[in-house]
Design a protein around this ligand. Structure first.
Ligand code: GRG
Length: 279
């Protein structure tokens, strides 16, 4: 079954919730409603919020119970893409097959759209109940998104000269820039379910391993990143090892881990086919 078929309900839950929380036309404050919706409803896979809901299920909870952190993480992901596309950073004209936010609405509005999405993420996290869990979620998610995580990784990426790029530096960049937001997507699901320490530890390790595999697969698709220091066959082997280890973590959990298993399989399926010489 394809990713979108398998996660039809999860995707419809997260899209429904995102529609509910994003400022709608005519609603006060109505500023940026169009641009924020444009940035969020543009065909993303929803990999991170689906992971949050699937992790909640793997810890015995319901997908619906994880909607607040799932939506917050997707808003943060969308903000990072809007800002990353800006001329001062990657200077991209297209994202998900359509003009980037600054191409469609201008640079000033794109900066503010990203700011609006990031701020809204923490506004909705503050609504999570019980409040003790809301505070934990805010701490975990802000750490993963901030200078100890995604932003730190982005700065390391900007500051690293291509002549200094080695495997250890690439690992550092990827763990921070991509890995930590994916890991916290899993951890937030465990927190939403109120999971115990043992299950939470397996979920944490699963998230870490899948976060690393995610970036390596993206590099294979883009012909970038790890391919600058490793052969493509080595990157593929690395992805397979990471995902096999991630699945081992899930086998130690005594709940419904089908969703998290499917996310690992989806990354394996996304890996471009190996080119062979005997064609
Ligand atoms: C805070 C400006 C700023 C940047 C943070 C995450 C990031 C650094 C930049 C985004 C650009 C990028 C290519 C990051 C690597 C992670 C990645 C592969 C993002 C794309 O995620 P998908 O494939 O995207 O989940 P969709 O479109 O499906 O949501």
């Amino acid at each position: 079954m394809s990713y979108t078929e398998f996660f039809k309900n999860h995707i419809s839950l997260i899209d429904g919730y995102l529609k509910e929380i994003l400022p709608a036309e005519g609603q006060d404050p109505s500023f940026l409603f169009k641009e924020m919706n444009y940035a969020v409803f543009s065909g993303g896979k929803r990999f991170r919020p689906v992971m949050t809901m699937a992790a909640c299920e793997a810890c015995g909870g319901r997908a619906e119970s994880a909607l607040i952190p799932a939506a917050a993480i997707e808003l943060i992901h969308c903000y990072s893409l809007v800002h990353d596309d800006l001329p001062a950073l990657d200077n991209d004209d297209e994202r998900r097959g359509q003009p980037t936010v600054h191409k469609a609405y201008g640079e000033d509005i794109a900066i503010l759209t990203g700011d609006g999405l990031l701020t809204l993420a923490f506004q909705i996290l503050s609504r999570f109940k019980p409040e003790t869990a809301a505070v934990r979620l805010i701490e975990e998610i802000s750490t993963a998104a901030g200078t100890y995580g995604m932003i730190g990784g982005q700065v390391a990426d900007l500051r690293t000269l291509s002549s200094d790029l080695d495997l250890a530096t690439l690992d550092f960049i990827n763990v921070h820039k991509t890995g930590k937001l994916i890991r916290v997507s899993a951890v937030a699901g465990a927190l939403a379910a109120g999971a115990g320490p043992e299950t939470s530890e397996h979920i944490y390790k699963y998230g870490e391993l899948v976060g690393l595999a995610f970036q390596a697969v993206d590099d294979l698709l883009d012909g970038d990143g790890y391919l600058k220091v490793l052969k493509s066959s080595e990157v593929r082997d690395h992805v397979r090892d990471l995902l096999a280890a991630a699945k081992r973590e899930l086998r130690a959990i005594d709940n419904n881990t089908d969703g998290l298993m499917k996310l690992a399989d989806m990354l394996l399926e996304r890996m471009p086919q190996e080119k062979t010489n005997n064609v």
